[in-house]
Write a protein that binds this ligand. Sequence first.
Ligand code: 5GP
Ligand code: ZN
Length: 113
Amino acid sequence: MSDCIFCKIAGGEIPTNKVYEDETVIAFHDMDPQAPTHILVIPKAHIASASDITAQNSAVIAHIFEVIAKIAADNGFENDFRVVNNCGARAGQTVHHLHFHVMSGREFTWPAG
Ligand code: 5GP
Ligand code: ZN
């Protein structure tokens, strides 16, 4: 998707503060952090939202959660983090390329928002 900001980050067209990268996934610091640690983990391939996950593209989702566990362990917050996905405008999705917010470093309330 040529007009997608996260595709541009995934493709290296826009520089970002990278935390992790492999062939199918990239993770980087959110530009507007909502917690002391706020990392976004995305598939490099364009998937618009969680409602576009199918049997054909879901392998990367399993991999994303392996990557999240690795990032948490590597950064010492393996027992203390929240993962969030916003799907659709009413849930707060503003970037239409699937991403998981990984946040740590403060207390979180529940239910969220
Ligand atoms: P959403 O609201 O769609 O769940 O989350 C989008 C997130 O992407 C927001 O937390 C926002 O701060 C972040 N974001 C949007 N554009 C950029 C960008 O160009 N670079 C980085 N690092 N984060 C971005
Ligand atoms: Zn995209």
